[in-house]
Ligand binder design. Structure first.
Ligand SMILES: Cc1cc2nc3c(=O)[nH]c(=O)nc-3n(C[C@H](O)[C@H](O)[C@H](O)COP(=O)(O)OP(=O)(O)OC[C@H]3O[C@@H](n4cnc5c(N)ncnc54)[C@H](O)[C@@H]3O)c2cc1C
Length: 472
């Protein structure tokens, strides 16, 4: 235990000092730590890649990094994974058996429990939480008060535990679906409008695409599943991708932001340089675990991601574009764009505070059967719209103002749901109102944890907002 430890997250936007920090070696130790700290607040951390306040506590913190075993089931259709196992370790273990995970986000640094607890997703499939088949969680027995392990494997309890925001107890292992390794074929193409990009989904269901700010074109990363046969030039493609995108693009953006410090230069780069450096129509096939990810963790950043249903995607993207345009123009005299007019006053306050400098990534997530993952419920696909800032932590206020404005106004206009594990500046009452089953989520948590030992102040606010909504 290290009592004085200050904990900070990947983004550097969350810092706190718990009263105790523990890295239990096994499940028995998890139980004994809980028994020694009954009556205190308890939070679990994974790789600390979430940007939201989910991990913050003034109680004790458990990091279950040593619970990292991967136990493929005999039928090869699923695997038990220790909660603290990083996704990259899961993938490496499964690959030895010719298996992989059904979906991946952009990076693999997260732990399996951390990723699934916030609905982490990629493009063209469900979020990872959907593939969870069972969860083993340590919590207090409400009758005896002793810590115990519960197996959750069905019903609304499982739908809650699949994406549980760390609020059902300490997850010690999860059973997750897996599948045979497969190939991804991908190529890039630039489009002037959204419609052809969406039409291409039929051919390339796993695609993601980027709205290039200031050029306002769409760069589609067309992707589809193919039999696993590596292209001859796959190795070269990986080097090209690493040097030009993972390193080159990011260094260029940091240069523009931190050295040149000119919004005009940022706009020039997007209008005339960046899209032209992407090689279009180069079709390459490689294994999914190489193709679907990037080294996005190389440079510290802050991200907000807003989920809208397909029928709201186009107006939502137009709205984002209009807001970013106003935010970047200190004195522009534009007539009020129709989509923004209802929130015009708030928008005027943003004038000139921030110039967006990163491609806006858009990913399709198939609707999940969970209680509160961002892509839960409804009959339509969800689209995650991501906005990222590479400004230094002390210089993020412009981005944070724009993010808060977008989160608030887009939740009202488009029912947009912010990612639980990303920057989340939406008031509690607005957030819970976006999830028809939040009340059931709360009930499931309170049944297991009536004293609220596994909640922090953010979760408590969400639960209070649910009661307020029910009473009004
Ligand atoms: C560079 C970068 C890239 C990213 N890319 C994507 C992406 O492509 N797609 C996407 O959807 N998200 C992405 N994210 C967000 C990230 O996947 C989520 O924030 C995820 O929750 C982080 O997992 P973690 O292991 O770091 O968990 P943490 O951030 O440490 O914790 C997240 C939550 O999980 C809970 N938790 C962790 N372990 C346990 C446990 N054992 N028991 C109970 N609760 C637990 C914590 O209490 C907390 O509520 C990215 C983040 C970064 C920094």
């Amino acid at each position: 235990m290290n009592a004085a430890r200050t904990i900070s997250n990947f983004g550097g936007n969350v810092r706190f000092q718990p009263t105790g920090y523990f890295e239990p070696g096994d499940e028995t130790e998890v139980i004994s730590i809980l028994n020694q700290h009954r009556g205190q607040q308890i939070r679990v951390v994974g790789s600390l890649h979430a940007w939201s306040d989910l991990v913050v506590t003034d109680g004790i913190v458990l990091n279950v990094t040593h619970l990292n075993q991967v136990d493929l089931q005999p039928d090869g259709e699923s695997t038990w994974v220790g909660a603290g196992c990083q996704i990259k370790t899961v993938l490496a273990a499964l690959k030895k058996e010719g298996r992989t995970l059904p979906s991946l986000g952009l990076i693999t640094e997260q732990t399996i429990a951390g990723a699934t607890s916030t609905g982490t997703h990629g493009s063209g499939r469900h979020c990872l939480s959907q593939y969870i088949q069972a969860v083993r969680v340590v919590r207090f027995d409400p009758v005896t008060g002793d810590a115990m392990i519960e197996l959750i494997e069905a019903g609304n309890d499982l739908r809650a535990a699949k994406c549980g925001l760390g609020s059902l107890g300490v997850i010690v292992s999860v059973k997750i679906q897996c599948r045979p390794c497969y190939g991804i074929e991908e190529h890039f193409r630039e489009y002037r409008s959204l419609e052809p990009v969406l039409l291409a989904e039929e051919q390339f269901p796993l695609q993601q695409f980027f709205l290039a700010p200031w050029r306002w074109s769409y760069l589609a990363q067309h992707r589809r599943e193919v039999p696993l046969k590596r292209s001859r030039l796959a190795g070269l493609y990986r080097i090209y991708w690493f040097l030009s995108i993972d390193l080159g693009l990011h260094l260029l953006i940091l240069f523009a932001l931190r050295i040149v410090r000119s919004n005009r230069f940022v706009r020039f780069l997007y209008r005339h340089v960046i899209a032209r450096t992407v090689i279009q129509n180069w079709k390459v096939t490689d294994e999914s675990s190489a193709m679907l990810i990037m080294e996005h963790e190389l440079f510290r950043h802050l991200e907000i991601e807003l989920f809208v249903t397909r029928d709201r995607l186009e107006p939502a993207l137009n709205y984002v574009r209009e807001v970013l345009t106003v935010a970047a123009n200190p004195s522009a005299e534009r007539s009020a764009p129709s989509q923004v007019s209802s929130s015009r006053d708030g928008l005027e306050a943003l004038r000139g505070v921030y110039c967006h400098h990163y491609p806006i990534c858009i990913r399709r997530v198939i609707s999940d059967d969970t209680l509160i993952s961002m892509s839960s419920g409804g009959s339509q696909d969800w689209y995650a719209i991501s906005l990222i800032s590479y400004a230094r932590p002390t210089q993020r206020s412009g981005f944070q103002q724009v993010a808060a404005f977008l989160a608030t106004t887009m939740s009202r206009q488009f029912g947009a749901r912010p990612h639980w594990g990303k920057y989340c500046p939406l008031p509690a009452e607005d957030l819970v109102g976006l999830y028809p089953e939040f009340g059931e989520f709360r009930r499931t948590c309170e049944e297991r944890d009536p004293q609220g030992r596994f909640r922090n102040s953010w979760i408590t606010q969400l639960f209070q907002a649910t009661s307020a909504a029910r009473e009004s």
